[in-house]
Design a protein around this ligand. Sequence first.
Ligand code: PMP
Length: 316
Amino acid sequence: MRALPPSFTPYGWTMSTAEAARIAGVEPWEVLRFDGNTPPSPPPYARPETVAAALEEVQRYPHGGFPTLLDAIAAYAGVGVEQIVLGAGADDLILLCARSFAGPGDTVRVLDEPTYPLFRIASWLAGAEVGDDDAVVTFCCRPHNPTGALGPVPGARPLVVDEAYSEYAGDTAVGLGGVVVIRTFSKAFGLAAARVGYAVADADTAAELRVRQDPLPITTFSAALALAALRAGPPDVHETIEERARLADRLRALGHEPLPSHANFIYVPMDKARERYQQLLQHGLVVRPFEDAVRITVHTPEANERLLLALEQADR
Ligand code: PMP
């Protein structure tokens, strides 16, 4: 195999729910996850009926792909259907963009690090280096993971903007020249396990991306779920946004200084972040630890109150 660079670190999931339950001495269903940046419950369109028709034709390939879904995504994104590239989640499209734009000997720039680790991983897997000079492509996460910040769209071109959380921010780089925008059904649409994402680019770039991808990146089940999601109308994120504000207020009342967030998570700088992570784990509460902060996914008010109580105890 082609060797990976010495600095290569594979994607690291936080611990499994089963392991968290074992550590906390509770049942797996009692574990509350604040680390995945996904909604607390499945959306109403995630029903067996939604995938029933796909099941009746499961023995066949979906010849002709997913034109209805592509039309619905194009209408939702406000672009032409020739501008859409489907993928198995945003991750698949990040990998596709990295290998399409970059190869051995090239440099890829990743802005605002530390950020979503897959930009680096995808660049390294493509054989490229990550650095600042003479980059063949630049990756940017907007809103930014992990801080939730919404900076201006960078001027670098070509630019890949990861908009996994754009619905919570109400802002987009779609339509800017030289920009590929990557979106997902995993966050505001609540379909993380279905693995559906899409890229929006100018028609020529989209065509170039399509010839470099997996012949059939999503399943008929995932396509049916994503189509049902779009038919239900734009995702309603207002409850999450209200709860995000309430959670930030409550964190401030406990003496923390959460960063302003444009996503469905809050970045909370704190000393001894790893220790806090371990303490919260003992309560069956899983947050995402960083060097000097924890990132907390906005959960239900009840779940958030449990986390706040445990944090308060840990802070004493
Ligand atoms: N980009 C960012 C910034 C993310 O936080 C995530 C979720 N971990 C992804 C992409 C991956 O999304 P998907 O489930 O669509 O692959």
